[in-house]
Design a protein around this ligand. Structure first.
Ligand SMILES: [Mg+2]
Length: 338
């Protein structure tokens, strides 16, 4: 795979100034970007605000789990970071727990397609922190991988595996190198204008600004980057969480639609289980999954109770890998007739 890390840059390790979102930015020389007409397609979803589960009872969780055993899904779609892989004390993902890995292997053994819908790429060497999924896939026995699909790079690549477990890129739609570099430079300039120190990392599918630990300026930086992009006709949704400000040329929903089309047998939305940790509206990275397959069984193992979720998303009490393990055990109980 010709995944390329385009650049990494540290900007101004100076004291961090508070961000004022309405701050008028000085006009600096910014990189030239191609005309907006050349921009890749944009995702501008109309995501309805869904019902909010202010308190999910154990009964509701038990009902969901019983339903998964009674009528197991015919394919399972899962996010990776903070869903399959919990975060360690440094904010980076830990390896997927062994028991959870064995549950995934059992699904694959039963011929249930598993789609990992992630911002990571299958292979992406050279990043300052892991952005690849190959180390995880390498832990799955090669003969089982033929039922595994990686919808990576926030929907910009689709990787499947042959009968020997070798990766095959089924589809890829990376940024043109010159566009990615220009977007990266724009982000670096914007962060510097705000006096923020952020690592800027461009991958084939997204641009990320990694905030220093404890930096609370993500919202202001996201707003400023979005404004700068819009001035040049790029209407990317700029998202942020505790560690990152980021945007992509695609979204996980678009990637999932392509992944489902690649499955050897069609799977109805109602027969999908979709698990993520960031469904929160308006800009959670997993929210486009719910928009793409609204009739699927949708489960969050991470969203706080204060966040609005798309309609039908069940907020599981157990979080992260522990929550996913509960779900997969319920599915396997149904598949194995226990
Ligand atoms: Mg996640």
């Amino acid at each position: 795979m010709r995944a390329v890390v385009l650049a990494l840059s540290l900007v101004r390790p100076a004291p961090i100034a508070p961000v004022v979102p309405s701050l008028a930015l000085p006009r600096l020389a910014l990189p030239v970007l191609p005309a907006p007409s050349l921009a890749p397609r944009l995702f501008a979803p109309t995501l309805p605000a869904g019902r909010v589960y202010s308190a999910v009872s154990e009964d509701q969780d038990a009902g969901l789990l019983a339903g998964l055993s009674r009528r197991p899904p015919k394919a399972v779609v899962m996010d990776y970071d903070s869903t399959l892989a919990d975060r360690g004390p440094d904010g980076l993902s830990l390896p997927v727990a062994e028991e959870l890995l064995q549950s995934i292997n059992a699904l694959l053994y039963k011929g249930i397609p598993v789609v990992i819908a992630t911002s990571r790429h299958y292979e992406l060497p050279g990043t300052p922190f892991p952005m690849d999924l190959k180390p995880f896939v390498d832990r799955i026995p090669a003969p089982l991988r033929r039922h595994l699909f990686i919808s990576g790079g926030v929907g910009t690549e689709l990787v499947g595996f042959d009968a020997q477990g070798r990766a095959r890129t089924l589809w890829a739609d990376p940024w043109d190198l010159s566009v990615a570099r220009a977007l990266e430079a724009l982000c670096r300039t914007t962060a510097a204008e705000l006096g923020l120190s952020a690592e800027v990392i461009a991958t084939p599918g997204q641009v990320m600004l990694k905030l220093p630990k404890g930096d609370m300026n993500g919202a202001g930086l996201a707003e400023a980057v979005g404004r700068r992009l819009a001035e040049r006709g790029y209407l990317y949704r700029v998202m942020h969480n505790k560690e990152f400000v980021y945007f992509s040329r695609s979204d996980k929903g678009a990637g999932l639609v392509r992944a489902l089309a690649a499955l050897p047998h069609g799977v109805a939305q109602e027969d999908l289980l979709v698990v993520g940790d960031e469904f929160g509206l308006p800009s959670g990275g997993d929210a486009p999954l719910a928009a793409a397959v609204p009739a699927a069984r949708l489960v969050s193992v991470g969203d706080a109770h204060s966040r609005d979720l798309p309609p039908g998303v069940h907020r599981l009490r157990a979080k992260g890998g522990a929550g996913v393990l509960l779900l997969l055990k319920a599915v396997l109980a149904g598949l194995l007739g226990r």
